[in-house]
Design a binder for this molecule. Structure first.
Ligand SMILES: Cc1cc2nc3c(=O)[nH]c(=O)nc-3n(C[C@H](O)[C@H](O)[C@H](O)COP(=O)(O)OP(=O)(O)OC[C@H]3O[C@@H](n4cnc5c(N)ncnc54)[C@H](O)[C@@H]3O)c2cc1C
Ligand code: FES
Length: 257
């Protein structure tokens, strides 16, 4: 159930280059969260009215905690990343649809940059001995999410300082050719998602993509986060990333790589 609550900051610390890990005590949200969902965070000042959407990287219903990985992009995320342990922050969540493995036994996970965070959450829920993960980072300094991963991770980087100098789709495609998965789950920058979508559609592999769009309300009321959805018969409509997503079937979204 969605809650709007004051969450206590347990930790706010560097996770990688340009990335902060925020651990919040928010038992009501942690107890009903699903992988792929997000929260809307109020910027801790009196100037910003619009909340900032941030994906769940992990949640622990027993401990009542949730972990977020936040990249300071503008003033809002900068202020959120400067929170201190002991402070509180207003959080609305859990929001949106999540990833769903359904009957899939072999899932391949693909994450790029800050998009690795929701993929870590999906891996915690759905990874088994058949699963494989593929992470792409700008360089080794930007890497995270690999040490406690519940399945084998292949990481690549743009500059070759971590793994192969390649885009994340390269090892993903090689693994697919070696053994086709039942499902791909992906989150990352739009060009990466467009490339993963192309692979999945061409090779007829079910695929779920977690999209990002600028948001207003975060609860389906303002239509500020619409994306174009294409039906199998070619007709199309708009859906809201916040309410109908952020996770969509790769067959239905019109990506602009
Ligand atoms: C469902 C969802 C999940 C997200 N999860 C995370 C996450 O786990 N970690 C994280 O760091 N960020 C995440 N984001 C992106 C994050 O919400 C934005 O970076 C943030 O709202 C920017 O706010 P700001 O005040 O810092 O920057 P602003 O001053 O509002 O914007 C700064 C720059 O960021 C760009 N920007 C703003 N919003 C977005 C967006 N939604 N997508 C892409 N670019 C944007 C602007 O165009 C501008 O160039 C997510 C976004 C969505 C929609
Ligand atoms: S952000 Fe308002 S409808 Fe999605």
């Amino acid at each position: 159930m969605m809650r709007d609550m004051d969450a206590r900051v347990l930790a706010c610390e560097p996770l990688a280059e340009g990335l902060t890990r925020l651990i919040l005590y928010a038992p009501e949200i942690a107890s009903s969260a699903k992988p792929g969902q997000f929260v809307q965070m109020l910027v801790p000042d009196n100037a910003h009215v619009l909340r900032r959407p941030i994906s769940l990287m992990a949640y622990d219903p027993q401990a009542g905690t949730m972990t977020l990985a936040i990249q300071p992009k503008g003033r809002g995320t900068e202020l959120i990343c400067s929170l201190k342990a002991g402070q509180t922050v207003r959080v609305l969540g859990p929001l949106g649809t999540g990833f769903d493995a359904g009957e899939a036994k072999k899932v391949y996970f693909a994450g790029g940059g800050v998009g690795v965070a929701p993929i870590c959450c999906a891996m915690d829920a759905f990874a088994n001995e058949h699963a494989r993960a593929f992470f792409g980072f700008r360089s080794a300094a930007y890497a995270y999410g690999m040490t406690q991963a519940p399945c084998a991770v292949t990481a690549v980087s743009d500059d070759g300082t971590l793994g192969e100098k390649a885009l994340v789709t390269k090892p993903l495609l090689a693994a697919i050719h070696a053994k086709k998965p039942d499902l791909i789950m992906a989150c990352g920058p739009a060009p990466m998602l467009a490339a993963v979508q192309k692979i999945a559609l061409e090779l007829d592999i079910p695929c779920q993509l977690s999209l990002e769009e600028r948001m207003g309300c975060g609860i389906g009321a303002c239509l500020g986060c619409n994306v174009k959805i294409v039906a199998p018969d070619g007709s199309w409509c708009y859906k809201r990333v916040c309410k109908d997503g952020p996770v969509f079937d790769a067959k239905e979204v019109a990506m602009h790589g």
